[in-house]
Write a protein that binds this ligand. Structure first.
Ligand code: SAH
Length: 348
């Protein structure tokens, strides 16, 4: 009788499980270490690339396992050099990730979920609804794809990673942490944690959890308004996760990590363009050491939201800077290919 073996995705196994597998199949436990390095350090997509394993060992692995990696389905290039990848997952769903080149850095902007459940009114991803969480390997693979493009197309290494693509990373906490472990550990891509930024809508409970878990990456919070009424009107999450709770969580975060927080903030016409709003932001900035990125709004369609005029941005800038808060205006990248913040919506 022919025995059929259900092939598992080898990257779902922990190192210890891989060791057990080899021992159970009459091989040495240290093979697991070798395979683990091929998978997570050298990012191979095929068992035949594991050249320090004997042919019979490779065949045995092939008989039991598959490597379900992502495929870059479509790569678009912006006139400013930004690259947007439409990434096909093994079940056919698509997410997007972006490579952003600057003079000094190459940044990968990666997705953490297919779609998003948060319903921020100004964000295109919100219209996709949340389909599912990405697995650790799907997040890791987006980074690897951009790392390869960075080396191949720009001849430079990937320097930074931001979790600012589709989805809310803290609603897929375990998988995001597991991917970050593979990206930062010496047995993985060995990238420095301080080069990583996780951006969140500001879930207080999860910020406290991250602080307790002793994470070493940077935290960015999409603030956009520091008055509850305004924030709730554009970000429904604020109804159950108020600015006061957020502030308490951030104080706890800073106490534990001593790591500055970055606030992302778009200034819109008729929404948060008054001096009262700017003053509320300044007051919020006093909770913990922080810096502010005033990000350019990327219109997503019907014109309900419009970027405020330059003089309003200057007013924000002057008020914050004169009170010692480092503030930067962040220009959009990749707008022409819908690769900028909040534009990721699988249009193509
Ligand atoms: N869920 C996470 C990460 C994804 S959004 C978060 O909320 O932080 C990445 C950043 O793009 C966030 O700061 C978000 O508020 C911002 N953003 C969303 N839509 C935008 C748009 N249309 N124009 C500019 N920034 C936008």
């Amino acid at each position: 009788m022919v025995e059929t073996v259900m092939k598992r995705d080898i990257r779902k196994l922990k190192l210890e499980e891989l060791k057990t597998f080899f021992v159970e199949h009459g091989d040495k436990a240290f093979r697991a270490q070798q395979v683990y390095e091929w998978l997570w350090q050298k990012s191979v997509k095929d068992f035949d690339q594991m050249t320090n394993l004997s042919l019979p060992t490779r065949e045995m692995l092939k008989a039991h396992f598959v490597i379900n990696h992502i495929h870059v389905d479509n790569m678009q290039r912006s006139t400013d050099g930004t690259i947007k990848n439409a990434v096909k997952l093994h079940d056919g769903l698509i997410v997007e990730s972006v490579l952003i080149p600057t003079e000094k850095r190459i940044t990968a902007c990666v997705s953490s979920q297919v779609g998003c459940s948060l319903a921020c009114k100004f964000c295109a991803t919100a219209r996709l609804k949340r389909m599912r969480n990405l697995t650790p390997d799907e997040i890791y693979d987006q980074v690897v794809a951009i790392k390869e493009q960075s080396e191949l197309i720009f001849g430079r290494p990937l320097t930074n990673i931001v979790f600012m693509g589709m989805g809310e990373p803290l609603l897929n906490y375990a998988n995001v942490m597991s991917a970050i472990e593979k990206i930062t550990s010496q047995k993985g891509l060995n990238m420095a944690s301080r080069r990583l930024t996780v951006s969140t809508v500001g879930l207080a409970k999860m910020i406290i959890k991250m602080a307790d878990d002793g994470v070493k990456f940077n935290l960015a919070v999409s603030l956009h308004a520091a008055l509850n009424e305004t924030r709730s009107s554009i970000m429904p999450i604020n109804d159950t996760n108020s600015l006061e709770e957020l502030a308490e969580a951030l104080k706890y975060w800073y106490q534990k990590t001593k790591s500055k927080v970055t606030y992302e903030y778009v200034v819109w016409k008729d929404i948060n363009d008054t001096r009262e709003h700017a003053q509320a932001l300044l007051k919020f900035c006093k909770h913990v050491p922080c810096k502010v990125n005033l990000i350019e709004y990327n219109p997503i369609d019907d014109g309900e939201f419009q970027q405020a005029d330059q003089h309003v941005l200057d007013m924000y800038m002057d008020l914050l800077e004169s009170n010692g808060i480092t503030t930067r205006i962040r220009k959009s990248r990749g707008k022409d290919i819908d690769a900028a913040c909040g534009q990721l919506a699988n249009k193509s």
